[in-house]
Design a protein around this ligand. Structure first.
Ligand code: UDP
Ligand code: MG
Length: 323
């Protein structure tokens, strides 16, 4: 984390990937909300390798407002890395992150600040009335939220909302990898923090497209898999090893169930059956591959943290008050 000037009240961090049409309105609404808060603030816009006019619009906004800072990343590193970049340059005692597509409403921010000032360490948005398709977005999100709350013990309804407020120490100690921006409330659980939830409005996207949901094309050659792994999965190896391990695990379970059926219903001798060996092999492989994935997850954390490596690369920074 980069050290900055002390005493700034509030930092807003917004990542953008091809959001040229949403920027001006977002900036305007954000400024009028923040202007009414009676706090010294900065707005950190992170351009995550946009290929449209996002950078040009950001430069124009930067020129007219000295509280705006623009971090332009070299290429598209993904929302998590873009947020990490923004967090690294914050100077505020309170940090607020939000999406740049106007699905999050700047007008909700004051209630987040109030909660932090009440003493909470993290305040997370809860999108009560989501304006997204049920089957492809809301249903999977509801299932994921239930699992996350159960697994992490953090009892909130909506882990994935972009709108969140953090006490400065939280973002300082937060290491973000892969697509982990969705799991921040769970990730910080072990820091012993207090988490509050605030109901927020959720607007439909009016301009541009959602950046999520596109499936990746699988690579077949070993070299290509290796390159893909290094470029895309080196910060999240379990995303590739997990499905492979699960595939073998399911094959093993299926074969095992079939063999148990043959044994119980028909009393067949299983000792000589080839499928018994295959079943055992599959389950063994599943355990091996998934544990390798978990080990790899540990290793990449050691790799990045020991070398102080970042998950993003900055091309250019526009800052009226460089520290
Ligand atoms: N975003 C980003 N880099 C990416 C993908 C998305 O900075 O690689 C930004 C995007 O511009 C938006 C926010 O992250 O400000 C949320 O993205 P999106 O609206 O596509 O996600 P969804 O709301 O569909 O989950
Ligand atoms: Mg969105």
């Amino acid at each position: 984390m980069l050290e900055g000037k002390k005493g700034l009240g509030l930092s807003i961090v917004v990542p953008f990937f091809n959001e040229e049409k949403n920027l001006e309105e977002l900036y305007g609404r954000l400024s009028s909300v923040l202007g009414g808060l009676n706090k010294d603030y900065e707005i950190i816009f992170v351009n995550d390798g946009s290929t449209d006019n996002t950078q040009v619009v950001l430069q124009d906004i930067f020129k007219k407002d000295e509280r705006v800072k623009v971090i332009e990343l070299r290429t598209n590193f993904g929302k998590t890395a873009a947020m990490a970049a923004g967090f690294d340059y914050t100077r505020g005692e309170i940090v607020v992150s939000m999406d740049g597509d106007l699905q999050d409403c700047p007008e909700d921010i004051p209630r987040f600040i109030e909660k932090i000032e009440e003493g909470y360490d993290l305040v997370s948005g809860w999108r009560m009335d989501r304006k997204e398709p049920f089957i492809t977005r809301r249903l999977p999100s509801r299932v994921a939220n239930w699992f996350l709350a159960t697994l992490s013990g953090v009892n909130i309804h909506d882990f994935g909302s972009g709108l969140k407020a953090y006490r400065r120490e939280i973002v300082r100690n937060l290491s973000l990898y892969g697509d982990h921006h969705r799991f921040i409330p769970a990730l910080i659980r072990n820091m012993g923090v207090t988490v509050a939830e605030v109901q927020v409005k959720n607007e439909p996207r009016r301009h541009g497209q959602s950046k999520y949901g596109l499936s990746r094309i699988p690579k077949v050659f070993f070299d290509m898999i290796t390159i893909k792994f290094l470029l895309s999965y080196s910060t999240r190896p379990l995303h590739i090893l997990g499905p492979i391990g699960s595939f073998f695990g399911l094959c093993g379970l299926f074969l095992g169930a079939r063999l148990a059926y043959l044994k119980i219903v028909y009393g067949e001798q299983l000792g000589t059956k080839v499928s018994l060996s295959i079943c055992v092999l599959c389950i063994f492989l599943a355990v091996q591959i998934i544990t390798s994935g978990l080990l790899a997850e540990l290793l990449i954390r050691i790799y990045y943290e020991s070398l102080g490596k970042k998950t993003y690369a900055v091309k250019h920074i526009l800052d009226h008050r460089p520290s």
